[in-house]
Design a protein around this ligand. Structure first.
Ligand code: NAP
Length: 241
């Protein structure tokens, strides 16, 4: 299977490129970075699958170019809007290609989100605290956003304090589907998330820590191998597990 990596010199692109090179059934046919002509490289390298780990500003245009070239697409970059996802879904179907958008490729994070949805059915008071390295461009993280969406979909009510006054703006975090989400940006962090659930007299905390980007590689390679079995857009690695 021929594989192109977009954002190959980045933090994620670097570890993913090594992972592709180490896999005996995959061939890394092109590395693309800022300033390279993606369309030309897609035409010359003819990848079966392209992996996208660039920036929130670039991801939509790159993913569109990849699908237009007839390659399947595995997207790790966060920041795609719902409208952009819909457009990519339509394009992928037209081209007979699969496109996976996964805010988190680590198996532990996928499980954390599944357990959070389960807990929310019984403990609807929930808040998400995510922590990433200080160079992360977007907040909240795509994982925090998806976790909040899953909690909101799973619980029957959205409880919150009746009276809330922020004497420091933002003290109560942002809201995703009425779930408070708090984003920490600190050196010494990779990707971490705690999901807090409260009920009278008890607290449940689900914690997931990525301490090395190696954690994402098996999920990315699984997606590369399996995305060709699908047509259109899939959101979340759990669709392929
Ligand atoms: P990063 O280190 O900044 O890497 C991004 C790379 O993309 C850089 O090498 C950058 O080049 C390059 N780039 C910028 N514009 C480009 C373009 N038009 N075409 C091709 N390459 C371009 O970021 P990262 O930490 O690897 O993270 C990348 C994305 O993945 C972020 O959105 C992050 O949130 C996400 N992420 C997802 C997961 C997951 O499991 N889904 C895990 C970790 C991170 P320059 O440096 O020259 O600008």
């Amino acid at each position: 299977m021929r594989v192109l990596v977009a954002g190959a010199k980045g933090r994620m692109g670097t570890v993913v490129s090594v992972g592709v090179e180490r896999a005996s059934d995959l061939e890394l046919v092109a590395r693309v970075d800022l300033g390279d002509d993606l369309a030309a490289l897609l035409a010359s390298a003819k990848p079966d699958v392209a992996i996208e780990f660039t920036t929130p500003e670039t991801v939509f245009f790159n993913s569109r170019a990849i699908l237009e070239a007839g390659a399947h697409c595995v997207v790790g970059t966060t920041g795609l809007t719902q409208e952009q996802r819909t457009e990519l879904d339509t394009l992928a179907r037209e081209k007979g290609c699969g496109c996976l958008v996964a805010p988190n490729f680590s198996v532990g994070a996928v499980l954390m989100m599944r357990f959070a949805a389960e807990a929310a059915r019984y403990m609807p008071w929930a808040e998400v605290v995510e922590r990433h390295h200080e160079r992360k461009l977007d907040a909240p993280s795509g994982t925090a956003r998806l976790t909040a969406e899953l909690i909101a979909a799973a619980r029957s009510e959205a409880p919150a304090p009746e009276h809330e006054e922020e004497t420091a703006p933002g003290a109560r975090g942002g809201r995703v589907d009425e779930v408070p989400v708090h984003s920490l940006r600190l050196p010494g962090s990779v990707a971490h998330q705690d999901v807090w659930f409260g009920a009278p007299g008890e607290t449940l905390v689900l914690r997931h820590d990525v301490i090395d980007r190696e954690a994402f590689v098996p999920g990315v390679l699984l997606a590369v191998r399996r995305i060709g079995e699908h047509k259109g857009l899939l959101v979340g690695l759990e669709n392929l597990l």
